[in-house]
Each structure stands twice: as structure tokens, then as C-alpha cells.
Design a protein around this ligand. Structure first.
Ligand SMILES: CCCCCCCC/C=C\CCCCCCCC(=O)SCCNC(=O)CCNC(=O)[C@H](O)C(C)(C)COP(=O)(O)OP(=O)(O)OC[C@H]1O[C@@H](n2cnc3c(N)ncnc32)[C@H](O)[C@@H]1OP(=O)(O)O
Length: 197
């Protein structure tokens, strides 16, 4: 008999997916994409144990990001933990949604670990949208070490699903949601999405 069903939806875009224009609200090419939430594990500047990843908007529907592997990120001795690297790619892929002007969450993320990443390495990440189909955003990323043109250490393909802001207000722990709603700066960032959902 068959075992439990495993989701097999591919993360490559279907033939009728489109590559939309950048949102008019997208950060200009070459500018830093600010953190979407100060306490985000991936990009929050106020998260002391977080990855504190910074991402810069590309010319098209693409971003570049840098992540420095610290001793706290070890899996094997002196080597980055694979799950931490996946988080860095997930976060970078998430920043693509600023270019599309609509919030989205990861539905599926497939990763190839190509070579080990030592502590102190800078992972140079490039991520791009590969297609949009309704609420589904298809994307891909690779992380290189030794420089932006160095060898690929990790690559991923993802499917993000666009959601309304209520996704966060409904499901988040109430005290954290309340803190955001009480912070005019954070609201401004969230509102940037609402103008062009
Ligand atoms: C004023 C408020 C202030 C708030 C401020 C906040 C602003 C923040 C802004 C931006 C934050 C970005 C944060 C980035 C952080 C990095 C990214 C992450 O790590 S995100 C966390 C990890 N991901 C999750 O926690 C998702 C958990 N899953 C879900 O919530 C649902 O399953 C969801 C939304 C993904 C889908 O649920 P459905 O009910 O909306 O939609 P259905 O109908 O199930 O799916 C739509 C289509 O997508 C496919 N799909 C869904 N999940 C799939 C999967 N896992 N694999 C393959 N296909 C999937 C389905 O087959 C369907 O396809 P067909 O339209 O029928 O062709």
C-alpha cells in the first residue's frame, strides 16, 4: 500500500506563470531593504541571536544579501548548521515580496547543500522571482562563499503564498501583534504593502 502522501507541488513555475513589473513601492535598485520587523530572527536588528541579514534590492525582481556565519550558527565543529543556512535563504527569498508589494509566506522551500560553509564565512546570497501565478510566488536563490562570484555552497527553490496582513494579526501571539499595532513606524512598513496588495 501507499505510504503517507508527500506534497509534490513543484517549486518551478508553471508555463503560464508571469514575471510582473516591480511594484511602484519597491525599494529602488541598489537600496537597502529595511527589516520588515525589528524582532525577526532573519533580519531584525533588535534580535540579538538573529541572523541580522541585510538585503539590497536588485534591478529586476531580485535581491542580494549577505549573511556572516558566526560561532553561534555551528552544526559540525567550525561549520554552519544547515538549518541556519536555510533560514538565511528563506529570509532573503522573503524580501523579494517587497519588490512585488504584497506580503507572502513560505509554503515550500527545497534546498540543495552543495558544499560545507565554515564559520566566519560570508554567504553571498542572490535571490530572484522566477514566476507568479495567482497568489503563488515562485523563486530561487543561491548562496556563494569566498566572494559574490565564489563557488555555490547552497541553492534553493521556493513557493511563497501571498497572504493578507490579517494572516499575521490573526495567527501571531497577541502581545507581539499588539506591540506592532502600537508602533507607528512598524505600521508604516506594513501599510506599504496595503497600498498595492
Ligand atoms: C498590521 C499588521 C502588522 C503585521 C506586520 C507584518 C508584516 C510582515 C510582512 C512580511 C512578513 C514576511 C515574513 C518573512 C519571513 C521569511 C519567510 C517565512 O519563513 S514565513 C513563515 C513560514 N511559513 C508559514 O508559516 C506558512 C504557514 N502556512 C500557511 O499559513 C498556509 O498554509 C498558507 C498561507 C501558506 C496557504 O494557506 P491558504 O489557505 O492561504 O492557501 P491554500 O489554498 O492552502 O494554498 C494556495 C495555493 O498554494 C498551494 N500551496 C500551499 N501550501 C503549499 C505547500 N506547502 N506546498 C506546495 N503548494 C502549496 C496550494 O496547493 C494552493 O495552490 P492552488 O491555488 O490550488 O493551485
Amino acid at each position: 500500500m501507499n505510504g503517507p502522501s508527500i506534497p509534490t507541488t513543484p517549486t518551478t513555475p508553471p508555463a503560464d506563470a508571469v514575471l510582473p513589473e516591480r511594484s511602484p513601492l519597491a525599494p529602488a535598485p541598489g537600496t537597502l531593504i529595511g527589516s520588515h520587523y525589528d524582532e525577526c530572527f532573519g533580519c531584525g536588528p533588535h534580535h540579538p541571536q538573529g541572523l541580522q541579514l541585510t538585503a539590497v534590492a536588485g534591478e529586476h525582481l531580485d535581491v542580494t544579501a549577505r549573511f556572516t556565519v558566526k560561532p553561534a550558527h555551528q552544526g559540525g565543529p567550525g561549520l554552519a548548521h544547515g538549518g541556519v543556512l536555510v533560514s538565511a535563504l528563506d529570509e532573503t527569498l522573503g524580501t523579494l515580496n517587497w519588490l512585488l508589494g504584497a506580503p507572502a509566506v513560505t509554503g515550500r522551500l527545497e534546498t540543495d547543500f552543495v558544499r560545507p560553509v565554515p564559520v566566519d564565512s560570508v554567504l553571498h546570497i542572490h535571490a530572484r522571482v522566477t514566476g507568479v501565478h495567482g497568489r503563488k510566488v515562485y523563486s530561487a536563490a543561491e548562496g556563494r562563499i569566498g566572494g559574490p562570484d565564489g563557488p555555490v555552497a547552497i541553492r534553493a527553490q521556493a513557493l511563497f503564498i501571498q497572504v493578507k496582513l490579517e494572516h499575521f494579526t490573526t495567527h501571531g501571539r497577541p502581545e507581539d501583534v499588539r506591540k506592532i499595532l502600537d508602533d507607528p513606524d512598524q505600521i508604516k512598513r506594513a501599510r506599504a504593502f496595503e497600498v498595492n496588495p
